[in-house]
Design a protein around this ligand. Structure first.
Ligand code: ADP
Length: 212
């Protein structure tokens, strides 16, 4: 198993790059998707969140009201710490179990973990990575894509980008940089190069550490 960390700011094109690598045969471990699954109604993480934050975080249709959760933890560090204590270990456990299942294969596993860059900075445990790929996009292009394709208003898009790790922080982690400042159809040949490079990497050891 070769593991690739994939990081990039919101709207940088990280999901697009992930899709193109999956098309070439990569196995994707998508932390956001895991979180969404763990937060489905009735799932243990959902239940613990409702125990801690109350029925106010449940929408009328019974699903998690993410805006309500964001509103609670935005202004309350203790609540945020409690949320992280509920969510992070469960996500970590799921990621480690998926890695364990793939560890004896010759898969190239793509770890799409939004806080990869931030995690390196504050010392949270990381996963064993054969290499790290950073999707790099000028901030103005990120903002434009979030507004055009994702329905953000501009101020909101700027705030979200400003709240994340900077381009420089991410680039400092990169073994390979994918410049996604250009047109989408320019990406493909660069993805082919990165895919070929991935095959030259050393396999990663199976993680053994416990959930944080
Ligand atoms: P992320 O996962 O980094 O938030 P996405 O891959 O979802 O970003 O890309 C955000 C939006 O921008 C999507 O609608 C995607 O199709 C579009 N997009 C991605 N790369 C480009 C590009 N090079 N040029 C134009 N639009 C792009």
């Amino acid at each position: 198993m070769i593991t690739l960390g994939l990081t990039g700011g919101i709207g940088s094109g990280k999901s697009t790059v992930a899709r193109l690598l999956v098309e070439r045969g990569a196995e994707l471990i998508d932390a956001d998707a895991i979180v969404r699954r763990l937060q489905e109604p009735g799932a243990p993480v959902f239940v613990r969140m409702v125990e801690r934050f109350g029925e106010g975080i449940v929408a009328d249709d019974g699903t998690l009201d993410r805006a309500a959760v964001a509103g609670i933890v935005f202004a309350d560090e203790g609540a945020l710490a409690d949320l992280n204590k509920i969510v992070h270990p469960a996500v970590g456990e799921e990621i480690r179990s998926r890695l364990a299942a793939l560890s004896e294969t010759d898969s190239i596993v793509l770890l799409d973990i939004p806080l990869l860059a931030e995690g390196a900075r504050d010392g949270r445990p990381r996963y064993p990575l054969s290499g790290t790929v950073v999707v790099d996009t000028p901030v103005e292009a990120q903002i434009a894509r979030l507004v055009e394709h994702r329905g953000f208003d501009e101020a909101d898009a700027r705030a979200r980008v400003a709240n994340q790790a900077s381009r420089e922080d991410r680039l400092a982690l990169a073994d390979q940089v994918i410049d996604n400042g250009g047109a989408l159809d320019e990406l493909s040949s660069r993805i082919d190069e990165v895919w070929a490079w991935a095959h030259t990497l050393e396999p990663a050891a199976l993680p053994t550490e416990e959930a944080s």
